[in-house]
Design a protein around this ligand. Structure first.
Ligand SMILES: [Zn+2]
Ligand SMILES: [Zn+2]
Length: 364
């Protein structure tokens, strides 16, 4: 956090400027003036923290030498301590009483021109990678997004109110002079409208663009059963809107790692069960993996390769209603590598008894 920028000041500004900036900004962002406005509250804490450090000679030197980032504590008080609203500011002809100060705040709010083309902020897109097991149970993950939002220093105006100073364009005279031949022309200075003074300068926080980029870490709750490719919407966390428009959303695409055992189809899981010749022919009880742990299934005698068995509600919980899909077990018949003479003899014997059964039309 650049403490000087927080106060809208150039680095190394003198203490009198720091106090002046603090008084001005604290009046604007004080929580009592902005009830319920979280952004203003955060800004007020930053202003107060910056002021605390920069007006303490020891801490200020440390900050300037080492750039120590100051952590903000929640405990920063919102008291009006340190303000004297009855006294005029150190310099300038700005607001001088409590009432005037608040009038200024409200006037600025009205000045936001809600009618002029409010524009919704754009959406941001990001992805999260999770494991297969995590997708079944649900998981919380953090993502950091870089959002563009209204500059908190100038509230998007790109300009910063400052104490009145002579106009830099006309040196405070209010007129611009130009010579053409022997003639000397004068015209009203456009920068200050002929007043010779400037009240606004370009905002340091955003270089006059009215927007700043800020990274924010969001915690995304991924519900149990979320499939690969699902998108989760985080409303209002996209880029800030323009001219009072609402912010955009953040869209998080969930990418689920593949599992070596199960293939997901909708909320059903598919599992390929390799079985031995004698297991398929004679029937067997075989242990298979499920997402709830191992389970035993009974293979009936005469089971064919490619045959499917359905285990109800052993699939994935639906992320919508939590109802579980099925586990579909597909049989794959595996022939052993037959190398020994004894096995070969047995199979020849088997062939003599059963004939060319594989291509005969089954009798029903
Ligand atoms: Zn700004
Ligand atoms: Zn001027």
């Amino acid at each position: 956090m650049d403490l000087y920028a927080v106060l809208g000041l150039p680095p190394g500004a003198p203490e009198a400027e720091i106090r002046k900036a603090y008084r001005r900004l604290a009046r604007r962002y004080h929580p009592n003036i902005n009830p319920g406005d979280k952004a203003a509250e955060v800004r007020f804490r930053q202003i107060t923290a910056a002021f605390d450090v920069l007006t303490d000679p020891v801490r200020r030197r440390k900050y300037e030498e080492q750039g120590v980032v100051v952590e903000l504590s929640e405990a920063t008080s919102f008291g009006f301590a340190g303000f004297d609203f009855t006294r005029a500011p150190v310099s300038g002809s700005g607001a001088s009483t409590f009432g005037d100060l608040f009038a200024e705040v409200f006037q600025q709010r009205r000045g936001r021109q809600p009618g002029t083309m409010a524009e919704r902020g754009s959406d941001l897109h990001t992805t999260i990678d999770i494991g297969f097991d995590e997708s079944l149970r649900g998981v919380a993950r953090s993502v950091t997004v870089l959002r563009r939002e209204t500059c908190r220093v100038c509230r998007g105006s790109g300009m910063r109110r400052t104490a009145e100073s002579p106009c830099s364009r006309c040196d405070g005279t209010g007129v611009l002079r130009s010579a053409r031949g022997h003639m000397l022309f004068t015209k009203t200075c456009g920068a200050c409208g002929g007043t010779g003074r400037q009240v606004h300068v370009t905002c340091d926080g955003c270089s006059g663009h009215g927007v700043e980029s800020r990274s924010e870490t969001l915690t995304i709750g991924i519900p149990a059963g979320t499939p690969h490719g699902d998108r989760i919407r985080v409303p209002g966390k996209g880029n800030g809107g323009w001219r009072g428009g609402p912010p955009g959303d953040v869209w998080v695409t969930v990418q689920v790692a593949e599992d070596p055992r199960f293939r997901r189809e909708g909320d059903n899981l598919h599992y390929i069960l390799p079985v031995a010749l004698q297991e398929a022919a004679l029937g067997a009880k075989i242990e298979i993996p499920t997402i709830d742990g191992p389970a035993r299934v009974r293979i009936p005698p005469g089971t064919q390769s490619g045959q499917r068995f359905r285990l109800r509600e052993r699939g994935v919980p639906s992320p919508r209603d939590g109802r579980r899909g099925d586990l579909i077990v597909e049989i794959r018949l595996m022939l052993p590598p037959i190398l020994d003479e004894r096995s070969k003899d047995l199979l020849r014997e088997f062939g003599r008894i059963n004939g060319e059964y594989a291509r005969e039309t089954p009798t029903t």
